[in-house]
Design a protein around this ligand. Sequence first.
Ligand SMILES: Cc1cc2nc3c(=O)[nH]c(=O)nc-3n(C[C@H](O)[C@H](O)[C@H](O)COP(=O)(O)OP(=O)(O)OC[C@H]3O[C@@H](n4cnc5c(N)ncnc54)[C@H](O)[C@@H]3O)c2cc1C
Length: 391
Amino acid sequence: MAAQPLHPFDLYAIDSLLTQEQREIQATVKRYVDDRIKPEVAAWFEAGELPARELAKEMGALGLLGMHLEGYGCAGTDATSYGLACLELEAGDSGIRSLVSVQGSLAMHGIWAYGSEEQKQQWLPGMAAGELIGCFGLTEADYGSNPSGMRTRARRDGDDWVIDGNKMWITNGTIADVALVWAQTDDGIRGFVVPTDTPGFKANPVHHKMSLRASVTAELVFEGMRLPADAIVPNVRGLKGPLGCLSEARFGIVFGTIGAGRDCLETAIDYSISREQFDRPIAGFQLTQKKLADMTLALGNGMLLAIQLGRLKDAHQVTPQQISVGKLNNARTALEIARESRSILGGNGITLEYPIIRHMNNLESVFTYEGTNEIHTLVVGEAVTGISAYR
Ligand SMILES: Cc1cc2nc3c(=O)[nH]c(=O)nc-3n(C[C@H](O)[C@H](O)[C@H](O)COP(=O)(O)OP(=O)(O)OC[C@H]3O[C@@H](n4cnc5c(N)ncnc54)[C@H](O)[C@@H]3O)c2cc1C
């Protein structure tokens, strides 16, 4: 007779590593994702559409936007709680987690950490509530892994700034009310807070994506875009600014990818127990059990890594290299789990009736954005050798 199956995380007693408050926050986000996101997300993915404004308001009301920032209407939770929220959102879809990451960790964090008091007062409360949506423009078509070469340029004209250039692959780009744009100046790379109704600002949707279809992706075009002197973000100079924001967002990805992986593995386990071939559940075949056991270890180990990084971040001790370890390991792990889980579902694994192929396609983007798999590999390589292999 078969014993009652355990959840993969029970083998690690993951809950014992979390506080009561962290578990409650996680449960609240999971309920929202189960009730609101999971029933609809396959249709959004198939249509390549997202009710982003509605969702932003709902997630703002839940306190998920800029969740770990202090003040200005933000919830001010610890970093681990923010990570757990990302995990549950990405168990729904990486596109939903991307909406929240870009809003909270890239756009809001950039203004919060480097902006003037006026910029913070003007934008952060509305963004925390989900009334205003933000985007983050760093990448250009010809400068992805190497943003230091960016061509977008801001020049002074009297007291004003005038920006010309393009950004590519910008999440939330066509729906944003405000863009945090990084541009070259005579003083190096600087950030600018750009209301998207500024004359000279244009956002064009990126079509034909096969990944992150339930997420808005855009090209931004700036033509003689004139901004007042106080549009510049005053408190950071150079790539340190955007890289600081990216560290925040990558931290969310460390947890988020575990959510996508967990959803795939749970689906594969349930399916393998109910699906029969040769008159027995496919879960009873040793090859299937090896896949499930390997995925259980990979997922559990990735979760332990995420929790360790959460603890370091909450102690204000986490380094960018440690976040690279987490992003590298967990994005790679989640993608491998998605592919292996897909095989367990056989033909059913390729349809949107089950979440796995959607997660798998989404994770291809997550593998590449916020620092590619290769760049994070080389960051870790540099950390342990002292020799940079990528620049
Ligand atoms: C869906 C999606 C959403 C995104 N959202 C945003 C956003 O909101 N804001 C934003 O600014 N950007 C965003 N990006 C951009 C993303 O961060 C870049 O795509 C990423 O940094 C890679 O840049 P690239 O696509 O130009 O690839 P490239 O940099 O051209 O890389 C191509 C390949 O070359 C490899 N490579 C490059 N340099 C080296 C090296 N030195 N050594 C070894 N290998 C190397 C890469 O690892 C990769 O495998 C998004 C991207 C996607 C796909």
